[in-house]
Design a binder for this molecule. Structure first.
Ligand SMILES: Nc1ncnc2c1ncn2[C@@H]1O[C@H](COP(=O)(O)OP(=O)(O)OP(=O)(O)O)[C@@H](O)[C@H]1O
Length: 505
């Protein structure tokens, strides 16, 4: 490589001299056809000459592409591919938090670092007996980029691959594919799953606020086998997720973006957020928890969408509370004005009132921009499904609607075995039958059932001592039953609403 570079130096001098001579001749050439003839021939010869003096070709992989907002997949894959070679042969390394994703040892995963080549380093690689060279470099950020983009503030890193021209076909057709595949495998192994949320962050120099993603490691312990719900319903959801995960070709064939909408609805404490965690763990996806109330405008929402990665779940919790989704849509003029306020080049001062509109959200779900990225679930949760605009939850936007309901006896059995002991239902048959009868009358969310069943002392962890836990639940159910009986008819009288009669007896 060094020898080639010194050759390159000498050749540059020769080429410069030739170029000066050529310019002089060129200026004296008057006839345009003659100029074109020489131009064609010179270019061809110049290329041949360049190949003799510098037979090395290069390919660069820049960190940002597509308007410099989204980091390039190819860059990440090359970085991951070079991890092994770099840690072995390179003197200066760059360390980033990461690693993990295997839920088996979350603590060890958290401590792991992902190492890559620091800028200025070079490493050689051999593929099918052909030697190539990788180097890492960076250039300062350009001055003319949009100031709100996080990417635009950092220096622009890139990897460069150098190889001999005679290996052009092998490198471009086989080696690069090999690098990307291996890189993806390394990424899958090292991936630490993340829980993101959007926050308003003050800009460095101008004091303006913009929405940015911030994240923590995603370590939620809930999986489907710890979720109490009708087993048939659970299986249906798991099958649906499996279909979705394997659905790349299908979505391509029918021309649909590879995404799926889920609506989870039901009373508080019935496990909607828990279901999201179980889905993320099952699919091994990242979670983007959208805080809509802190998103200023539809433009900001779109910007956040662009910055999300594939293989993720985008969650909008309590959607009925975060946005006016009751169907009273704003006029086009009102929305246009709000969009103008949200011009990304003129970010606003901190503003706690969200101006995201229903149509902005609908566009987010299935507008043109929704097809950027792939393999993504969009999940809405709500306690009041009846309050949502039908447009928001129509099929195609929300493909699967899942009702999370109050605890029935099957869910109670599941929770009791999980919290207390595998044999609790068989050993405490009488108490469990009592719970069964009460659950047929009383609505209690799984979160409350779980809380009453939780052992309150180490003693209650033993099967022979779990009786008080079941007793606490029975007492709570009886109290709730009384409360419901008191508040039900009374509420009707207070509300002057005597149309629905509670009980005939
Ligand atoms: N079906 C369930 N199976 C197991 N645990 C549950 C279930 N439902 C709720 N829980 C437990 O109750 C707690 C609260 O549940 P979660 O936050 O998922 O309810 P939610 O429906 O999202 O409530 P909200 O509507 O108030 O946000 C969690 O810690 C979870 O472990």
């Amino acid at each position: 490589m060094d020898e080639a570079l010194s050759w390159f130096g000498q050749a540059s001098v020769v080429v410069s001299v030739l170029a000066v001579c050529w310019t002089m001749i060129w200026q004296n050439l008057q006839h345009i056809h003659l100029q074109q003839f020489f131009a064609r021939n010179f270019n061809r010869r110049a290329r041949r000459l360049a190949a003799v003096v510098d037979p090395y070709l290069s390919v660069t992989f820049e960190e940002y592409e597509g308007g410099r907002i989204k980091s390039s997949d190819a860059f990440e894959e090359v970085k991951a591919y070079l991890t092994t070679a770099s840690t072995r042969d390179v003197r200066h390394l760059r360390a980033e938090c990461g690693g993990g994703g295997s839920r088996r040892d979350a603590a060890a995963d958290r401590d792991r670092l992902v190492l890559s080549m620091a800028k200025g380093e070079e490493v050689a690689d051999v593929f099918k007996d052909v030697k190539v060279w990788w180097s890492a470099a960076a250039v300062p950020p350009p001055q003319d980029t949009v100031p709100w983009s996080r990417a635009s503030r950092a220096e622009r890193r890139f990897f460069r691959l150098d190889f001999h021209e005679r290996h052009r076909d092998l490198v471009l057709n086989e080696y690069l594919t090999h690098v990307r595949r291996q890189g993806r495998d390394v990424m899958a192994k090292n991936r630490q799953r993340r829980l993101y949320t959007n926050i308003l962050k003050e800009g460095y120099d101008d004091g303006f606020y913009r929405d940015v993603w911030t994240h923590v490691p995603f370590d939620h312990p809930k999986t489907f086998d710890k979720l109490a719900m009708d087993p048939a319903k659970k299986k249906e959801i798991i099958d649906d997720l499996d279909m979705f995960k394997k659905g790349k070709d299908y979505h391509k064939r029918v021309g649909k973006p590879w995404k799926r909408g889920y609506l989870l609805y039901g009373p508080p404490g019935t496990g909607k957020s828990t279901m999201v965690a179980a889905m993320a763990n099952y699919l091994e996806y990242d979670v983007y928890d959208f805080e809509l109330t802190s998103v200023n405008t539809n433009t900001d929402l779109r910007k956040l969408l662009i910055e999300t990665k594939s293989r993720s779940i985008m969650v909008f919790e309590d959607i009925d509370c975060s946005l006016d989704v009751t169907g009273e849509r704003k006029s086009k003029d009102e929305e246009d004005n709000e969009e103008k306020d949200g011009d990304p080049r003129r970010p606003k001062k901190k503003d706690t009132t969200s101006k995201v509109t229903l149509s902005g959200l609908l566009n987010f779900i299935d507008g043109l921009w929704s097809a950027c990225g792939e393999e993504r679930l969009i999940v809405f949760t709500t306690n009041h499904v009846d309050k949502l605009d039908p447009a928001l939850i129509r099929t195609g936007r929300m493909d699967k609607k899942i009702e999370m309901s109050y605890c029935d006896f099957e869910s109670f059995e599941f929770l009791a075995r999980m919290h207390l002991h595998e044999d609790v239902v068989e050993v405490y048959r009488a108490q469990c039958d009592r719970v069964k009868a009460l659950l047929e009358e009383v609505d209690m969310a799984p979160v409350d059932v779980g809380e009453h069943l939780t052992p309150k002392s180490p003693k209650e962890l033993k099967l022979e001592n779990v009786g008080p836990c079941l007793e606490r639940l029975v007492t709570a159910l009886l109290e709730k039953d009384k409360e419901d009986a008191r508040s039900g008819p009374q509420a009707q009288v207070d509300g002057q609403d005597l149309v629905v009669v509670e009980d005939d007896n």
